[in-house]
Design a protein around this ligand. Structure first.
Ligand code: GLC
Length: 481
């Protein structure tokens, strides 16, 4: 099958969060399936352009119409990717190539990604690749299914389109002027993108895509409720017949404690008792905590953003540190008040808490490996990847039972057996504390059961092979093949 994947970020080239990880692994997993040809289209951001590790060759150029303007798009083919995925970057200095800074956050992001969505389709035409299926992701490429129906049908007569929701909080809202200034769609399509008299690109995608997916089964159900859907619950309820949840995988080659080059010691599900203990000691030294093998180390690698459940952690952190002999390591940057809170906590408990307000992939790996317990109390979580990374490294997750956290972390029972981690049901600090205490209790009082749990976590198959097959099932359903 000929598949084109469009996204605003994809590791290793450009990544701001989980979407970037998925766009590294999913196209690769799809291209491992015999008979598939996979093309991935990404913006040619400045930092990709300036990175000598990513040589490109210009293979085409095209023109993108935005309202009354015509914008250039260069189609740059990445050279030397070995796994079969063909990567193309859309080159335009004004929108991507000459802007410093991060991937998102400019005042004209709406226009930048409207441009990108059109440019992706123009680029496919320019390289004469008319796919059977286009898979596009989040608001940045949410115009694609609407464009396909409204403008590009003649060129893409038989191409079907899947829209995948990774994060519904950002929907691609724009002022009504955007209709004429940027989109200039035929008049009849206005209502498709209209929501409360503004443009909402994601709403349009949900209505016009052939199928809609999101990144876990539970989140697909949660999206029917206003609490999770950020205003799109009605639209999603109407589209429920074509909405499916497919739980993400992780890149099990990158995240592998047996080979990860960032780790001082290596281990697997058989040898972890020794290797992981060595990693813990090394981590304690690295972050300046006393080397104590038997004190549980609670860790978190996260963006310091509200919906990650940090308000719960702030609320219980002192209670926990007073009540239990434990260490805490937090890695991440983000909202100022959280950064200040964790720095303050470290000052108050200098030999118990390490607050590492930075972003460092190697250190993240060493924390997944050195920790005993991984905290992830997210308020909502479409899928979540780091709980799976943690389990792969034998670190037991304690999570809020929501979205993908619920699907990937079945709870340990009251005898400390079965399951993969500890969960709490209602979003409440005391319940989170209760779940942490149950986990710490197992660690301290029933170490053999804790080890068995770690081993179960490490033996799980979190690879992309099964999810990629589920995407294929839906691709076949769309295309009747
Ligand atoms: C978004 C979601 C996260 C998910 C990721 C990849 O970042 O917030 O839960 O794991 O996308 O799908």
């Amino acid at each position: 099958m000929r598949i084109a994947v469009f996204a605003s970020e994809g590791a290793p080239y450009a990544k701001s969060g989980g979407l970037g990880d998925v766009m590294e692994a999913l196209p690769a997993a799809l291209s491992r399936i015999p008979g598939n040809e996979v093309v991935l289209v990404l913006p040619y951001y400045k930092k990709i352009k300036e990175n000598p590790a990513y040589p490109v060759r210009q293979v085409a150029q095209c023109t993108v119409k935005l309202g009354w303007r015509r914008q250039y798009a260069g189609v740059m083919a990445l050279q030397g990717r070995s796994d079969g995925v063909k990567v193309y970057f859309i080159d335009n200095d004004y929108y991507f190539g000459a802007r410093p800074g991060s991937i998102y956050g400019d005042g004209d992001d709406g226009e930048r990604f409207a441009y990108f969505s059109k440019a992706c389709l123009e680029a496919l035409m320019a390289i004469h690749y008319i796919p059977d299926v286009i898979q596009c992701n989040d608001w940045q490429t949410a115009l694609v299914p609407t464009l396909l129906r409204a403008v590009y049908r003649p060129e893409f007569q038989d191409t079907k389109c899947m829209f995948t929701i990774h994060n519904i909080e950002y929907q691609g809202w724009a002022n009504p002027d955007f209709f004429d200034d940027v989109l200039a769609l035929p008049w009849g399509w206005r209502s498709t993108l209209d929501m409360n008299h503004c443009v909402n690109m994601m709403k349009g995608a949900i209505e016009t895509a052939d199928l809609v997916t999101t990144v876990s089964e539970t989140y697909a159900r949660e999206l029917m409720y206003p609490y999770y859907a950020h205003g799109l619950d009605g639209i999603l309820t109407d589209a429920a017949w074509k909405l499916t949840g497919i739980t993400n995988g992780i890149d099990v080659n990158t995240f592998n404690p047996a080979t990860d080059p960032a780790l001082p010691w290596h281990y697997d599900a058989q040898s972890f008792r020794v290797g992981k203990a060595d990693c813990k000691a090394a981590l304690q030294q690295e972050v300046g905590l006393p080397v104590k093998p038997d004190v549980p180390m609670l860790v978190m690698v996260t963006r310091l953003a509200g919906h990650k459940g940090l308000d719960l952690l702030c609320y219980i952190a002192r209670k926990l540190l007073w009540a239990e002999d434990c260490q805490m390591v937090i890695l991440g940057t983000g909202e100022d008040h959280f950064e200040r809170f964790f720095k303050g906590l470290q000052e108050e408990f200098p030999d118990r808490v390490a607050a590492l307000i930075t972003f460092n992939l190697g250190l993240a790996s060493r924390i997944y490996a050195g920790g005993d317990i991984y905290m992830m109390p997210s308020k909502s979580e479409p899928c979540g990847l780091s709980q799976m990374n943690a389990m792969r490294y034998g670190t037991v997750p304690v999570v809020h039972a929501t979205g993908g956290l619920k699907d990937t972390v079945p709870p340990v029972d009251e005898h400390g057996e079965g399951g993969l981690g500890f969960t709490f049901q209602s979003y409440n600090g005391d319940d989170f504390l209760g779940a942490l205490e149950r986990c710490i209790h197992l660690y301290k009082k029933e170490p053999e059961k804790f080890r068995a749990l770690q081993q179960r976590d490490m033996e799980q198959d979190f690879s992309w092979d099964k999810p990629a097959q589920r995407y294929m099932d839906l691709f076949r359903e769309m295309t009747n093949r």
